[in-house]
Design a binder for this molecule. Structure first.
Ligand code: HEC
Length: 99
């Protein structure tokens, strides 16, 4: 019985996460960049990141630690693998020019 209740419970948590504002499972780092980072980093809230060849290790550290107005993101918000993908894309990606 315990196992069944645990399964129901985990299902509820998964549903909550899926419905909640903070997404737990991302399609890839590109989605994270589009939905989270770009909001600040291409709107003059934070510095432009793309096209600067920032080292991926540095990007990952800033995202985990935060820095003044830059919020820190926990592994429950952006998992390690997805964060590595974000960092890779940001590091090597071209500058987006949108008029
Ligand atoms: C709420 C706005 C906001 C969001 C969302 C945000 N950032 Fe930032 N970020 C900032 C600000 C503001 C700074 C500048 C912090 C400072 O130096 O005081 C910053 C700084 C950084 C830096 C350091 C840049 C440099 O020039 O050294 C990196 C790297 C970075 N952010 C990556 C990211 C990534 C990747 C994401 C998405 C996961 C993200 N940020 C989401 C606001 C944001």
């Amino acid at each position: 019985m315990y196992a069944k209740r645990l399964a129901v419970c985990l299902g509820a948590v998964a549903a909550l996460l899926a419905a909640g504002g903070v997404q737990a499972a991302w399609r890839d780092g590109g989605e994270v960049y589009e939905k989270v980072c770009r909001y600040c980093h291409e709107a003059n809230v934070g510095p432009v990141l793309k096209g600067r060849n920032l080292p991926p290790e540095y990007i990952q550290r800033v995202v985990r630690m935060g820095n003044r107005a830059m919020p820190a993101f926990r592994p429950t918000e952006i998992d390690d693998a997805t964060l590595a993908d974000v960092a890779r894309r940001v590091s090597t990606g071209p500058v987006l020019t949108r008029e």
